[in-house]
Design a protein around this ligand. Structure first.
Ligand SMILES: CCCCCCCC/C=C\CCCCCCCC(N)=O
Length: 572
């Protein structure tokens, strides 16, 4: 009797799994065909951009291609450069950068048309050129652009073009900017690598085996490979700052309060307290400044979205010569960065001290607890929304570790945590992060609000204007590492949790001495430290950035400090 019961249960289980597997296989075949169609569409868009770029003579192209942002802007304003020539130059540059990095999802064909329309308007002597007249701009794929997909790396979201531009895109078009290319992201956006089953893996321009970071990794790769002069990224846990730090570019995530989020679908909809925001990425801080100064010149954003406070650009704060008090830390007490990331902070500290600022040691309290709050609140539902979506998709192999973690039931994670804590305490503790309990989630939201209040009090009491710290714990990682090393986002995630402005600027490059220090001083005391150490080997010459953060509405001070660091490093 027992044997019969057992056999029946086993047979039913086998039938269930067979059915599940065959339905999934059938869906995978469908999805693979969709990928083929989408890639063919991308190939068409590359062909279009190539043909358009070839219409421009090489001499003009080379001249425009060599211009800095301010020179290009000036040329477009004065009329020595036409919009169509600028777009064709940047089509060409992006094609070349894309061959090296696979950073482009789609070229925007309408860019040609928009450029010609602006040139036509400019023939009228009465026409007043808008401030971004003719400037070619790259957009992260998830920024809503009318007529184009925002797949966020999911095959199921291809061929569903968005019907309305994001408020930011509407504004950019109104100001004369020309979106000419969409750039790649990791599947789900919740990773700091850059790979998905639709468009493939984006490479670091210096080394194909390493990532350009994520989730704005298409942007960082394209900009650092000279295929874009200014791009728009997005950041919910480091997605602008980490790619910039990996590639030697610079970017800022403003507090989410300063931009509109109407119609924008992030990685997990319905996430109230971990705030994502768009922000500019480029090779120079001044370019990012010019972008924000222009879009915040008036209250147009608030007129389109009443939830955005009418706060305009504060030139006085950016240009101020008041000496600042800046708290700095090289180690957040959760994940000690590799020596080169600490050296970068100390060099930036010296630059700022030489400029007359006061730097004091300051470490945000209880970062290990903050990381748990961050992970719980960034996933919201223990990864349910994402794992459901992923189960209906082709899963990118580079995301496997995270996917497994999202799929293990919360109760099992908690049960295993007590054993894992014995030999890998840091992972054991984080395994309490995910929750499906509304009681625990509400408690975490209350903790986040209390933490924001505590940090405000600490900074006000000590009269600290800004913070300086590492962006992350290593130089650019091999593609597979970020999914395993999600614990390395403590340095960036904290400023999303606080909803501060936070930017990244290049300070140095990995040297031979840094590699020697890595071997002698950096202990591989658990599997995460071992991974960080191993992955950092062989990175001589790779760029290293630092992070500057300020409370909300102090973006101008954050940029001022970044600009001073950049000046101290480059002399310009
Ligand atoms: C073992 C404990 C279970 C925890 C599972 C957590 C899985 C990882 C989830 C989220 C990783 C956060 C990654 C932050 C993304 C950084 C880049 C960005 N999109 O801004």
């Amino acid at each position: 009797m027992i044997l019969l019961l057992l056999t029946t249960v086993l047979a039913l289980a086998a039938a269930y799994f067979y059915r599940f597997w065959s339905v999934r296989e059938k869906r995978q075949v469908e999805l693979r065909k969709i990928v083929e169609r989408k890639r063919a569409e991308r190939a068409e868009s590359v062909k279009f951009a190539k043909q358009s770029a070839e219409k421009l003579d090489v001499e003009t192209r080379n001249k425009i291609a060599s211009l800095e942002y301010s020179e290009l802007k000036e040329g477009l304003q004065s009329g020595t450069i036409s919009c169509i020539d600028a777009v064709r130059t940047y089509y060409f540059k992006a094609i070349q950068a894309n061959e090296k990095t696979n950073s482009v999802c789609m070229f925007v064909k309408e860019a040609e048309q928009w450029a010609m329309e602006w040139d036509e308007k400019a023939k009228d002597p009465e026409f007043k050129k808008p401030p971004m007249f003719g400037l070619p701009m790259s957009l992260k794929e998830c920024v809503p652009l009318q007529g184009y997909d925002q797949t966020r790396g999911f095959v199921q979201d291809t061929f569903h073009p968005t019907e309305t531009d994001a408020v930011l895109v509407q504004q950019l078009k109104k100001l004369g900017a020309i979106p000419y290319v969409q750039t790649n992201v990791p599947q789900s956006l919740l990773s700091y690598n850059c790979s998905n089953p639709v468009f493939g893996t984006t490479n670091h321009p210096m080394d194909k085996s390493r990532t350009s970071g994520g989730s704005s990794g298409g942007e960082s790769a394209l900009i650092s490979a000279d295929g874009s002069i200014l791009g728009i990224g997005g950041d919910v846990g480091g997605s602008i700052r980490i790619p910039c730090a990996y590639t030697g570019t610079t970017g800022i995530k403003p507090s989410h309060l300063r931009f509109s989020h109407r119609g924008v679908c992030g990685s997990v909809p319905g996430r109230p307290l971990i705030n994502s925001n768009d922000g500019p990425m480029s090779t120079r801080v001044e370019t990012n400044v010019d972008f924000l100064r222009t879009v915040w010149a008036d209250t147009w954003i608030t007129e389109q979205d009443p939830y955005v406070p009418p706060v305009t650009w504060n030139e006085e704060a950016y240009k101020s010569d008041k000496k600042l008090k800046i708290g700095y830390y090289t180690d957040d007490g959760w994940f000690t960065p590799t020596p080169v990331c600490q050296r970068a902070v100390m060099e930036a500290k010296q630059i700022l001290e030489d400029a007359g600022h006061t730097l004091i040691p300051f470490r945000p309290p209880r970062v290990p607890e903050v990381l748990i709050m961050f992970l719980r609140a960034v996933c919201v539902d223990a990864g349910k929304f994402l794992s459901n979506k992923l189960m209906n998709d082709i899963i990118d192999p580079l995301l496997y570790t995270q996917v497994v973690l999202w799929m293990v039931p919360v109760r099992v994670q908690r049960f295993l945590a007590s054993f894992i804590r014995v030999f890998f305490p840091r992972l054991g503790n984080l395994m309490n992060a995910m929750t499906l309990s509304t009681v625990e989630l509400r408690n975490t939201y209350a903790d986040i609000e209390a933490y924001r209040s505590e940090m405000a009090a600490l900074m006000i009491d000590q009269k600290i204007d800004a913070l300086l710290c590492p962006v992350t714990v290593t130089p650019a990682l091999p593609h597979v590492a970020p999914s395993k090393l999600f614990a390395g986002t403590s340095y960036t995630g904290i400023f999303n949790l606080l909803d501060y402005a936070a930017g990244s600027v290049n300070v140095t490059h990995v040297t031979k001495q840094d590699e020697l220090d890595l071997e002698s001083d950096y202990e591989a005391s658990d599997p995460w430290y071992a991974l960080a150490k191993n992955s950092s080997r062989g990175t001589i010459g790779f760029p290293i950035g630092v992070q500057v953060a300020t409370p909300p509405y102090r973006e101008e001070t954050c940029l001022r400090i970044m600009r001073e660091i950049e000046f101290g490093v480059t002399g310009k």
